[in-house]
Ligand binder design. Structure first.
Ligand code: ITT
Length: 185
């Protein structure tokens, strides 16, 4: 469940490697503005399961910039719509300290079950200028640690190898009780 096609492309590609198929429901859900991604995700899952009475999965992500004391963080969606990548580069103009991290929480809930959340964090830095045409959101300005390309200069599978979302999905598949049991799915 996401309105973001880029997220769905990455999650479904990674899940397919594990033989799991997802259906994309492009339905917005009420996202509580809380101080962490984890605390936003549970009310979202509960709301969706009570509305659709079927298993749902959601992805809540954010970019946390050290020099901006973690901004935009849980406000990443609003900051992207208002400031965009250009605005983030303006906020960091002349800054030498450009460390940042992306966080992704993947949440899953089925009727009658307990919610399950897997979190992935990718450290990196904000580039000096926008680079690359792929991906979505802040991809043109985020360079993951140990790489020189921005996310937007990577193919989907290359981004998934190092990204916050790729890490979260791998954890999800390894640790979600129903999937990690022998013969599970
Ligand atoms: P949904 O809530 O419908 O899933 P959204 O795009 O609003 O869609 P988020 O609130 O999780 O999702 O996203 C926060 C912002 O961070 C949003 O502007 C995204 O484009 C951006 N973002 C999330 N993951 C990203 C990634 O892997 N690369 C670049 N930007 C990302």
């Amino acid at each position: 469940m996401t309105t973001n096609d880029g997220k769905f492309r990455e999650v479904s590609q990674q899940m397919a490697l594990h033989g799991l198929q997802l259906e994309h429901l492009k339905m917005p859900y009420p996202e509580l503005q809380t101080e962490s991604l984890e605390s936003t995700i549970i009310p979202g899952l509960l709301w969706l399961v009570s509305k659709f009475e079927r298993p749902v999965m959601i992805d809540d992500s954010g970019l946390f910039v050290d020099a901006l004391k973690g901004f935009p963080g849980v406000f990443s969606s609003h900051a992207f719509k208002t400031l965009g990548c250009e605005g983030m580069l303006c906020l960091l103009e002349g800054a030498e300290m450009r460390d940042a991290r992306f966080e992704c929480c993947i949440g899953y809930l089925a009727p009658g079950e307990d919610p399950f959340i897997a979190k992935g964090i990718a450290k990196g830095s904000i580039s000096a200028e926008m680079r690359g045409r792929g991906g979505f959101g802040y991809d043109p300005i985020f360079v993951p640690e140990g790489r020189s390309k921005t996310y937007a200069e990577m193919e989907v599978d290359e981004k998934n190898e190092v990204s916050h979302r790729g890490i979260a999905i791998r954890k999800f598949v390894e640790e979600m009780p129903r999937l990690s049991e022998p013969g599970g799915q």
